[in-house]
Design a protein. Structure first.
Length: 434
């Protein structure tokens, strides 16, 4: 019985399952008063990525289009971080990862505003936009993603240095800069990646990047080397898979060094400066700083956990310190078993949208929400691997916990899982934006 249940859960994840496992309460309001309340309700969603756009879309779906939903993001299009490492080594184009939000407006009636929120006024339930003007809300949803803690790397406070030693953990311009730097690097050069202490966005991403950079170098610059300089004691995700892939596909090309905490950079020497170890010079420095909740959450003082992450109620994703403001995605404080990832943001968004809908309609919320977490990594030449878990609300800890027996990880990377990774990406893009 347990084996068949585990097999079902694993198949659900590997098939690209994007719903919340078990579903949420989706009954329509039973009274005219509830329906009238929904028609007057205004929800503003800030951040149009996997968390925010999904929340906006599902607010419309769950409410039958009754809730007035506005989605605010400064960018006209969304560029996906998942698969962006394949742009760096030339296997994909940035256009392959660029998605329009216009279908959300056309199909669901979501009001799209290309602007930046400068200020949140919680007591008045209003926001101030950068281009001028205010907007009022009944519920505000923030999915601001991450921003960098430049103060931990003093020289990197300079924007010019940030554009030289890019992190590329927000896909787009920096992805293309890193791609150009890799292509311009001499054969025999060193590509160095500095990884911060967890938590950070997408735990396996820097190690996948090392793999895909090595894939490029093996083909075009075989005398070159990749240095992975990790502040963590061990590879934070899929460690055995990455180690096996590196020794099999890229022998003597990728060197991994743990416990390397970056304290600064030396632009003149193109060097990384570490807390304990000797400086490291390299042709290309891919500097990934420590991260925190996105700027708007930080400025509004919603990031109340170590001034980095936002504390929320996991039944509604409402902030623990500011009522009527909901926060989700990479910006929130979660358990160590819950990664900051696109799949997790997708699941959180549906729980949040369902909860807001039920609260506005004066209906009971789901007290047993669930979501799936799956993360693919591309390790070799079109070979992939996954790690996955199912999460449910734990009444004892009042947080999301891994369902016992739901853990699944590839035994080895293979071409079939590469194709699954591409399918998963197409599925989540469609679920978010179409």
């Amino acid at each position: 019985m347990q084996n068949s249940r585990r097999k079902f859960l694993e198949q659900s994840l590997l098939s690209g399952y994007l719903g919340t496992i078990g579903g949420n309460l989706l009954a329509n309001p039973s009274s005219q008063s509830s329906s009238a309340a929904l028609k007057k309700a205004k929800v503003i969603v800030v951040g149009g990525g996997f968390g925010g756009a999904t929340t906006a879309k599902y607010l419309k779906i769950y409410s039958g289009g009754k809730i007035d939903v506005t989605l605010i993001d400064p960018a006209q299009n969304f560029i996906s971080c998942p698969l962006s490492n394949l742009v760096i080594n030339g296997q994909m184009e940035i256009s392959d990862l660029t998605k329009s939000r216009l279908e959300l407006e056309r199909k669901y009636g979501i009001n799209i505003v290309n602007d930046t929120v400068e200020q949140i006024m919680p007591e008045a339930r209003k926001i101030l936009l950068k281009q001028g003007g205010t907007m009022s809300y009944d519920k505000l949803v923030l999915s601001p993603g991450i921003d960098m803690m430049w103060e931990s790397i003093p020289t990197m406070k300079d924007p010019a240095i940030q554009n030289r030693f890019v992190h590329a953990m927000k896909a787009g311009t920096q992805t293309l800069i890193l791609k150009k730097q890799l292509e311009s690097m001499e054969d025999g050069g060193v590509f160095a990646i500095s990884i911060p202490l967890a938590p950070y966005r997408c735990p396996p991403s820097p190690y996948e990047r090392a793999s895909q950079v090595a894939h490029y170098l093996k083909k075009f610059k075989p005398k070159s080397k990749v240095l992975v300089l990790d502040a963590n004691a061990e590879i934070t995700s899929k460690a055995s898979l990455f180690k096996r892939a590196w020794s099999t596909y890229y022998p003597n090309m990728i060197e991994y060094r743990n416990n390397h905490t970056l304290v600064d950079v030396d632009p003149a020497a193109s060097a990384l400066l570490f807390e304990v170890q000797d400086d490291v010079k390299a042709s290309v420095l891919n500097v990934i700083p420590p991260m925190r909740a996105g700027d708007i959450a930080h400025r509004t003082k919603l990031a109340n956990i170590n001034q980095r992450w936002c504390e929320v109620d996991f039944l509604t994703y409402e902030s623990k310190i500011m009522p009527n403001i909901h926060v989700l995605g990479d910006a929130i404080q979660s358990s160590t078993q819950t990664p900051k990832s696109a799949q997790v943001a997708n699941g959180q968004a549906k729980i949040c949208a369902s909860a807001i809908y039920h609260l506005l309609a004066d209906l009971p919320i789901d007290k047993n929400p669930n979501f799936s977490s799956i993360c693919y990594s591309i390790l070799g030449d079109k070979t992939g691997a996954h790690i996955s878990t199912l999460h449910h609300f734990d009444k004892n800890t009042q947080s999301m916990a891994v369902i016992a027996g739901s853990n699944s990880i590839s035994t080895t990377d293979n071409p079939k899982e590469y194709l699954s990774a591409i399918k998963w990406a197409n599925d989540i893009w469609a679920d978010t934006f179409i």
